[in-house]
Design a protein around this ligand. Structure first.
Ligand code: MD6
Ligand code: FE
Length: 207
């Protein structure tokens, strides 16, 4: 299989269609290993709402939310253990993608893993809990397709819709690092790799 590697460029955002096609099965197997040690859970926002997306992490730091706020932690509050190590296949893919997106020497220390089942969504938000906004974010989609909303610097800015399919990768940084974005409610479906789910890996330099 030859993925079409024609990048699409938006302001501060590069979409690499099919960039993870060669490693998708290995990535999915690694997600299942991580899940066995650090299960997906629906975290609670500081406003007391349970998120529709299931989340876990791997790497030295993991993103969490609870009633006291959003932050990165070294340990999983559910298990008291450190987050599972970032698999080599994750790290290499993230670094290769960052290079393709124009960011050399990306050294992610955190990977947030999101699991969407039909109906789950992510409302417009900014990623602003990382220490270093010069580093990009690399985002990998596996399984069911989703519509990514890509806005601007203000929450009320008009949003573009970008389709994210299995093995698509986004590299995001520079002027758009703090732009608002989200995911529309996932449509019903059954994917050969992941079943009734979409998985998103977002790699960040958090600490
Ligand atoms: C998702 N992604 O694709 C949610 N954030 O499921 C994000 O929130 C995101 O894809 C920052 C950079 C890339 C992303
Ligand atoms: Fe985000």
């Amino acid at each position: 299989m030859t993925p079409d590697l024609f990048p699409e460029h938006f302001e501060g955002l590069t979409r690499l269609p099919g960039f993870a096609a060669g490693t998708a099965m290995e990535l999915w197997a690694a997600v299942q290993n991580i899940e066995a040690a650090a299960p997906f859970r629906q975290m609670v926002t500081p406003w007391g709402k349970s998120m529709s997306v299931g989340m876990t992490n791997c790497g030295a730091a993991g993103w969490i939310t609870d009633r006291t706020g959003y932050r990165y932690t070294a340990t999983d509050p559910e298990t008291g253990q450190t987050w599972p190590a970032m698999p080599e296949v994750f790290l290499k893919l993230a670094q290769d993608a960052a290079t393709h997106g124009g960011f050399q020497n990306f050294t992610p220390d955190a990977c947030l893993i999101n699991r969407y089942t039909p109906g789950a969504r992510m409302t417009l938000h900014q990623d602003r809990n990382e220490r270093d906004f010069d580093a990009p974010i690399v985002s990998v989609s596996l399984g069911l397709p989703a519509t990514f909303l890509w806005g601007g610097a203000a929450r009320t800015d008009k949003t573009n819709h970008i389709l994210l399919e299995n093995s698509d990768v986004l590299v995001w940084g520079g002027p758009a690092r703090l732009y608002f974005h989200g995911i529309l409610p996932l449509k019903e479906g059954d994917h050969p790799l992941t079943g009734r789910a979409r998985i998103n890996l977002t790699f960040r330099k958090a600490m």
